[in-house]
Design a protein around this ligand. Sequence first.
Ligand code: GRF
Length: 216
Amino acid sequence: MRQLKLGVMISGSGTNLQALIDACSQSDYPAQISVVIANRPNAKGLKRAKEAGIDAVCIDHTGYDDRASFEDAIHDCLKEHEVELVCLAGFMRILNAEFVNRWKDRMINIHPSLLPSYKGLHTHARAIEDGVRFGGCTIHFVRPEMDNGPILMQTVVPIAAGETEESLAAKILFYEHQMYPAAVRLIAEGKVRVSGNKVVYSDTDLGTKGMISPLV
Ligand code: GRF
């Protein structure tokens, strides 16, 4: 079985990375992680990668004069590991358009809201503050504008009365961990492609694959 080579980029805890590590450890999973890159030396995800025997590289942004040279180092590392798909999983640095365009339609991100609502930080607190009834998470192909790009998969999560930022974050994170391996599988199996600003599924029977919802 051909396995798509992934490069996972993180900044912190790496629970989504862990979900991908666990998926990749299954013999029938069509992807493998070639390298994990963190921009912070103390990112817990680096330890997760090392424990799984995966190359774990710290490219510390504070060691570079500017964003372009930092991103060149990341790009070189991804190329060195023959990465075919970049998975941003809690990578907390803005990426320049030049870097994003080098990986156009070959880089995805997970964001803890139902995009295009609630881009940026503190998504859960803002959703609760606004009194919206649903939150969720999104996996999308990356474009130069932050938290923007063709949507591959979304999960909708109800916001209960009395919900706190922490309780909502935990609920959503549970679904992030289901969604990331499922999204990578769809790409690895060639079942999706990007057409303009949208993701198109190769087979109409896959129409509901882009939705994971505890409601259905
Ligand atoms: C997740 O909530 C993800 O949606 C966001 O950053 C967080 C990363 O969490 N982009 P983890 O490092 O995977 O635990």
